[in-house]
Design a protein around this ligand. Structure first.
Ligand SMILES: [Zn+2]
Length: 189
């Protein structure tokens, strides 16, 4: 559990309701952070990212704060998906993988994300990857293969074609044009 979570539990902070839940391993009951029940012992406290996670872990909702009634708002969904993408953009990510991770169905994720963020999860993912790739092409001497791997592409020609599609030139052209590193030589592609 992270420090801010414990802080929120101790202070019954309503701002964190829906962001996570906590359960008591002694009673197998889980609560919203804001629950006014007695502050638990930290070593008996377990944090869950969602109601379904708590329930699948064998915890029952608290009768007092009714955590299961708390519907994750759209912002919450978009936020969780963004966080997941930011933490995993260097792996192979699919829409259904993100959806599974944040416990909603892929269709709902796609629609909600687009509504809140203004682009689809996969466009958002591309944006992060391309931005970082550009940065590395400009400022480092890493090979294009290495850069492709770092931004989640195991196949360099796939990376090059995505890059070309999004940026309008291929990675080595981009590097030639914008590199601030003096050491860049000819690149494999
Ligand atoms: Zn409670």
């Amino acid at each position: 559990m992270q420090e801010y979570m414990w802080e929120a539990i101790v202070q019954c902070d309503r701002l964190y309701d829906g962001k996570f839940f906590y359960g008591l391993t002694t009673t197998k009951i889980f609560c919203r952070p804001s629950c006014k029940s007695r502050t638990p012992k930290r070593e008996n406290t377990k944090v869950f990212s969602s109601v379904s996670e708590a329930i699948t872990s064998g915890f029952r909702p608290c009768k007092r704060c009714k955590p299961e009634k708390l519907k994750a708002p759209d912002e919450e969904i978009a936020h969780n998906a963004k966080t997941f993408i930011h933490n995993h953009f260097d792996e192979s990510i699919t829409l259904s993988k993100i959806a599974e991770e944040i416990h909603i169905n892929p269709y709902h994720l796609h629609r909600t994300f687009k509504k809140i963020v203004g682009k689809t999860p996969s466009d958002y993912l591309f944006q992060i990857r391309i931005k970082l790739a550009k940065e590395m092409l400009k400022t480092t001497d890493k090979s294009i293969t290495e850069i492709a791997l770092k931004v989640g592409y195991h196949n360099i020609s796939h990376f090059s074609s995505v890059f070309l599609d999004k940026v309008g030139m291929n990675p080595s052209e981009f590097r030639k044009q914008y590199s601030t590193s003096a050491l860049v030589g000819d690149e494999d592609e």
